[in-house]
Design a protein around this ligand. Structure first.
Ligand code: GLP
Length: 243
């Protein structure tokens, strides 16, 4: 299989390449629908997009930003909520209008309906032009953990234990069930373009399995081997077992 793999020489180059992929999409398509991922891997690239935009502003009035996933039953204003991360790291700096910033809510009486509405809002805009994806150390994409069927559409999955412990500790929430509302694997695969980003030693083993292992629900990200327009952006640390 001929996969498109880019290996950055250091973190700076990694962030620069990713930031310019996002900005490039906006410049190429003034109505681009761009999906972002949160976490340590994407934090600095979001900051860099904001920095570049602020020194060289351009028209983003018709750009749509959305988050791939969200934690349920926490306040949106919680630092670890995807809404707050994307808003503070990138959406506010670019002045993305509220109606062009699509995020599922963190609270609802009917999450099944919210999943449908979230997915429909993206479809109504013509689908996703660029989806940026982080990579879990177990191969998860969004909140799609191992064993999630590849046909899965937007749903609320169980959060992994480590993240759940952290969220409970940081928010003090003990009495509510926490979940991960996420686009499903099927939705992710329907994106016109994907940028998978993984950096650091801790991702090296899973990067190898994602790229060289069998395509299997054991490693959700392995399905990306079949996407016709996916770039895998790595640094030398995360790529150490494939080079
Ligand atoms: C969480 C998010 C994912 C993200 C992943 C990677 O699990 N739900 O969307 O891709 O973290 O996080 P990090 O970049 O911090 O490793």
């Amino acid at each position: 299989m001929n996969l498109k793999i880019t290996i950055a020489k250091d973190e700076k180059e990694f962030d620069r390449i990713a930031a310019w992929r996002i900005i490039g999409e906006m410049l190429n398509n003034a109505k681009a629908v761009i999906g972002l991922s949160t976490g340590q891997t994407t934090k600095n690239m979001h900051a860099l997009v904001s920095e570049i935009y602020q020194s060289h502003p351009f028209d983003v009035s018709d750009i749509t930003l959305f988050g791939l996933d969200e934690i349920t039953n926490v306040p949106r204003e919680y630092d670890g909520a995807c809404y707050t991360m994307i808003k503070t790291q990138i959406a506010d700096a670019l002045g993305i209008k509220e109606e062009n910033f699509i995020m599922p809510p963190t609270y609802s009486d009917d999450f099944e309906k919210e999943c449908y509405l979230f997915q429909k809002a993206l479809e109504d805009r013509g689908g996703v032009d660029l989806q940026v994806l982080g990579l879990g150390t177990n191969g998860h994409l969004g909140f799609n953990q191992p064993d999630t069927p590849f046909e899965q559409e937007t749903w609320v999955s169980k959060m992994d234990e480590v993240l759940e412990v952290r969220v409970r500790k940081e928010t003090g929430i003990t009495d509510k069930e926490l979940g991960g509302l996420t686009l499903g694997i099927k939705n992710i695969m329907h994106s016109r373009k994907i940028l998978l980003v993984a950096k650091g030693d801790s991702k090296a083993e899973i990067v190898k399995q994602m790229l060289e292992g069998p395509i299997s629900t054991d490693i959700p990200a392995s399905i990306l081997q079949l996407h016709p327009n996916c770039e895998f952006l790595l640094d030398t640390a995360s790529a150490k077992y494939i080079i």
